[in-house]
Design a protein around this ligand. Sequence first.
Ligand code: ZN
Ligand code: MN
Length: 477
Amino acid sequence: MSAYEIVAGLEVHVELSTKTKIFCGCSTAFGGEANTQVCPGCAGMPGTLPVMNRQVVEYAIRVGLALGCDITRYNKFDRKNYFYPDISKAYQTSQFYLPVCRNGGLSIETPEGEKTIRIHEIHMEEDAGKLIHDPWEDVTLIDYNRGSVPLLEIVSEPDFRSADEVAAYLEKLREILVFLGVSDCKMQEGSMRADVNLSVRKPGDPLGIRTEMKNLNSIKMAHRAFLSEAKRHIAVLESGGALIQETRRWDDNKDASFSMRAKEDAKDYRYFPDPDLPPIEIDDDWIERVRSAMPETAEAKRGRYREEFGLSAYDSGQLTSSVEIANLFEETAALSGQPKEAANLVMGELMRLMSAHSVLPEQLTIEAKKLADLIGLITGGKINRNTGKEVFEQIFLHDAEPAVYVEEKGLLLVRDDSLVAGVVDTVLGDNPKSVQDYKSGKEKAFGFLVGQVMKSLKGKADPQIVNAILKEKLSDK
Ligand code: ZN
Ligand code: MN
């Protein structure tokens, strides 16, 4: 296998998280009842006309800027003609001649160091409907809810040489897109899909025959498909056979790909400009407006957490493991004015409870204000850290209001020194033997007396204050 070089390029389709579809007002929400988010426009009825969703263009510019692309100023849409039941118009509205972004790049970490995967282009297009094959009834059902959901197709140059590079690229791309707020990139819901184009060659030889595996919907799957398909190519060549350019279906359960159809070329689609959509002109002003409103990337956040808050690289990585966690941390840090406390709370108690109760970041409903209030109670000496954990759990599970909860449960520490002093007097009076022991040098007796005082105060006293008052009173004896 080492005698061969594997060459691969990726086409990644990303569903944009706009509220409505690309050319009509239908909802893009995932999981709705079949064919309830459809109108005559996205069902492809004759006589309907598309209206461009402006948000799609803005998201495309955002992604283009984040990936260092040139933004195309004069944009048009083209029709990609093919008949298939999931595309009721018999063409997909896409961009062929003038894609919105070109010539970008994304750098990934490899064992040999940093490597840039060049981005050939990014174009805007619409998604197809969903075919549901029912093997029991031997029928295929169609759900058009997904039809015309906006997509960006991000096309790389054939710069991948290993499955690990593919995985690293997909991880990083997903992080960028999620933090940009343009897509949830839930691969399990199909909002990010990768097509792998792969060929092998002996070093120095021209490019080999390539095959394409479509719609790989997890990073692990793309990794496995890459390795298995490369092995198949090499086996065919080594046995003296010939590869054909084709599209192959990856079967993850069988760990193998199967021929679907001969690979189409652009000419097979008879692309031509869409006459129903006017050109879109993107000027400098528009680009600058998008640029100035761009959300901060995860990478920039990690750098800022290290510099501004003095957090470690590891902690900064944990806090940017999802956009929801990062936002919650930042809001809590800002509201409490105590970033270190906020970081510890989020990485400690929050992540512990999330895993104990199987809560995903996107399911979090916890309010930063409550976490900030809790931090205030702890660092202000109103409650101790153990109580803090209990309060946190109540916020997490029951949306408790921290100040109200500690008040109602009587968890506030006793701040009244004279009250503590009174209890100390009683304890000393009740335990003359321990006082004698302490006087004769038995340190253990002191601990016992502290314990008695804390017990009388139901653990709600600040141990430092108890110690100080007890020492003072004992020295008078
Ligand atoms: Zn519609
Ligand atoms: Mn496409």
